[in-house]
Ligand binder design. Structure first.
Ligand code: SF4
Ligand code: SF4
Length: 651
């Protein structure tokens, strides 16, 4: 039968007036969010970049991560429950709008197949799915996993969950009484079920429930911006505006503003108050769901360090909501120890369903601590002094710059003659264990007949300075390197360290350094694929540890695995690929006095527990950290760089 809109209801159209009030209250609240976020600095974007980015960057991210919530499904139950709720409510919203259009303009939605399938069946299905989603979330608020309550739980969701449940249940009751009174609607399966239990004569109850249902809907809409439910707008916006590059892109600081003698006040180095951050960062904090996925995967948080990326975001979100944007105490509240415990591994970013860039905030605070306040942990400070005085952070090293190649005949890069610069980098030059990576690589390149050369003098790219927060020192080192590369006409670089690769590809181009850069793992893979080298397989089992700066930050997962596949049997740890666990050495933490459990020991144990004969990696810092970590469990040397394994297979 044809459904009669506003059946048994007098003046039902009045609900639209309430809807108008709800929308006004909603808009006022949403405007309050915008006012808070606009207190941040405007990010300077090149206007020419924008049009080309709209579809492939903003819209793509909005649809995939924002609306479809792709990252939410990494936790399958939460993802499905969220999908049920979101899509269910969306379909119900469309249905309600169609009813209003029918009443106002006679839109024929209660006829034929559309009525049967959409207005009856799909609306019931949507309500049912939303109810299941809501039940899941309600139970999780009562029995929360640890990440939801650590270091702080969010209140406010339960109220909105309760209102929504009441909206859906009253909706089904209204439908049930209507069907009981007017006759069955075969496609409205929930309504028919309810009608079997409800009296069709309960007309007064029907009217009360109808108005209750409508008013609760309006209450829900009006309350959204004043509750955590505002994430339904903030998260898709934040997602659309997130940098499409994987990992955290720090940008390069422009120091020219510090030379402006007419400026009324000196620019701040790094950030110390909320107003020092960009609007995008403030949007990050406002969008945080307090879900703790970042906390759960953070190597620092999971090894008793004082850092929780969720804790940092929550602190900033609360200050933002309270209007404390000029608050100078942020760093002291978060604590210096917490900020320097970050290994910049970006596991938090990878896990975050709201596409928040937690490491960037942490590094902005570090920049202020280091460059403006000269506050840095002692060992990191020593590394920084060494960088300043000797262009490498390995203070106290007993190894000279030529030590690693003393009995090798390694060519020096010759302008116009050499094709590739083999960039050795600081850790490989000065750390005895890592030196074997360069020696192995030289053997591989010689065997493959590659035209390569090294610099007369080995230096650091500046990555440790940047990650510790000394952007000024990074700029100086990078500028020196770029000038030398320009003098030598360097166009192609092979890196042995993913930190160098990351610097060359992300941070050197804005400073004028544009090169073709290839990580050694990728280059070796190409040499093998091209038949330039044919390493023999030892048949051994090898577990691969993904370096954060190669894998998660630059999406290089396959090449090292291809190489290992040629040498033996590839074994995976439970946490691998984009979900890999850090070795603990990034972000300057190679030079840290660790509190709590040592991250490198956790990772080494995970690798050893696979039972693989060897552990392979493709980063000198990972090699050093894991070599050290395995010593707690075995005396046998277990960790090797893939270049070492390949060179061994060439003998
Ligand atoms: S970057 Fe890594 S160490 Fe730093 S907060 Fe995120 S997960 Fe933790
Ligand atoms: S930063 Fe992201 S992952 Fe961490 S609590 Fe907030 S929304 Fe969740």
């Amino acid at each position: 039968m044809t459904r009669i809109p506003y059946w048994n209801i007098s003046y039902g159209i009045l609900i639209d007036l309430f809807a108008l009030v709800a929308v006004i209250v909603f808009a006022r609240g949403a405007y309050g969010h915008w006012l808070r976020i606009r207190q941040g600095k405007v990010r300077v974007r090149k206007a020419v970049d924008l049009p080309g980015k709209i579809g492939p960057v903003f819209v793509y991210a909005l649809v995939t991560k924002g609306i479809l919530g792709a990252k939410l499904y990494k936790k399958i139950f939460t993802g499905v429950a969220h999908g049920f709720l979101f899509w269910g409510m969306l379909v119900l919203g469309v249905g309600t709008t169609l009813v209003v259009l029918n009443v106002l303009f006679g839109l024929p939605v209660f006829q034929g197949g559309f009525n049967r399938w959409f207005m009856s069946f799909f609306l019931d299905l949507a309500g049912f799915a939303a109810l299941i989603g809501l039940l899941f979330f309600l139970i999780r608020r009562w029995l929360p996993p640890e990440r939801l309550v650590t270091p702080k739980a969010r209140i406010g969701f339960s109220v909105q969950i309760g209102i929504l449940m009441a909206v859906i249940i009253t909706g089904f009751l209204v439908e049930g009484i209507r069907i009981a009174a007017t006759g069955p609607d075969p496609y409205a399966f929930v309504g028919n079920f309810m009608a079997a239990w409800l009296p069709g004569s309960a007309l007064a109850a029907h009217r009360i429930l109808w108005w209750g249902h409508g008013l609760l809907c309006m209450l829900f809409i009006a309350y959204i911006p004043y509750s955590p439910m505002m994430h339904i707008l903030l998260v898709p916006t934040n997602t659309a505006l997130a940098d499409p590059m994987p990992g955290s892109k720090m940008g390069v600081m422009d120091f020219s503003s510090f030379d402006d003698e007419d400026a009324e006040e000196m620019p701040t180095l790094g950030c110390t108050r909320l107003v020092d951050f960009t609007r995008k960062r403030l949007l990050d904090y406002a969008s945080c769901l307090w879900c703790g996925r970042c906390h759960e995967v953070c190597p620092a948080a999971s090894t008793e360090k004082p850092l929780s990326p969720k804790g940092v975001m929550v602190t900033l979100a609360e200050r933002l909501t309270n209007g404390q944007v000029e608050d100078e105490n942020l760093i002291d509240d978060i604590t210096e120890e917490a900020l320097f415990a970050c290994t910049t591994c970006t596991a938090c970013m990878e896990a975050c369903p709201a596409c928040i860039n937690q490491p960037k905030t942490i590094l902005k605070f570090r920049q202020n601590l280091v460059m403006e306040q000269s506050r840095i942990p002692e060992l990191m400070g020593k590394a920084m002094t060494s960088l300043e005085q000797r262009a490498h952070p390995f203070f106290g090293t007993g190894s000279g710059p030529k030590e690693w190649c003393k009995d090798l005949d390694v060519p020096i890069f010759a302008k116009g003659e050499t094709e590739y610069l083999l960039w050795i980098g600081c850790s490989v030059t000065y750390e005895e264990r890592a030196q074997k990576i360069a020696r192995a690589m030289v053997r591989i390149l010689d065997r493959a007949g590659v035209s390569y050369g090294i610099l007369e003098e080995s230096r650091c790219t500046g990555d440790p300075a940047k990650q510790m927060g000394n952007e000024f020192m990074f700029s100086e080192l990078a500028q020196t390197n770029i000038e030398e590369f320009d003098d030598l006409g360097v166009e192609k670089i092979i890196t042995l360290c993913p930190h160098c690769y990351n610097s060359f590809t992300r941070h050197y181009p804005p400073m004028g350094g544009n090169y073709t850069v290839i990580p050694h793992a990728v280059f070796i893979d190409q040499l093998i694929a091209g038949g330039k080298i044919v390493p023999r397989s030892g048949g051994q089992s090898i577990v691969y540890h993904d370096p954060c700066y190669l894998g998660r930050r630059n999406r290089i997962f396959d090449a090292p695995r291809n190489v290992i596949g040629r040498l033996g049997r590839l074994v995976e740890m439970p946490r691998h690929g984009a979900e890999s666990f850090c070795c603990g050495g990034g972000g300057g933490n190679y030079w840290a006095e660790e509190v709590g459990t040592r991250i490198n020991q956790v990772r080494s144990k995970e690798a050893l527990d696979t039972g693989a004969e060897r552990i392979a990696t493709a980063c000198p810092f990972c090699l050093l950290m894991i070599t050290d970590g395995t010593k707690k469990f075995t005396e046998e040397p277990k960790a090797f760089d893939i270049a070492e394994l390949v060179a061994e297979g060439l003998e």
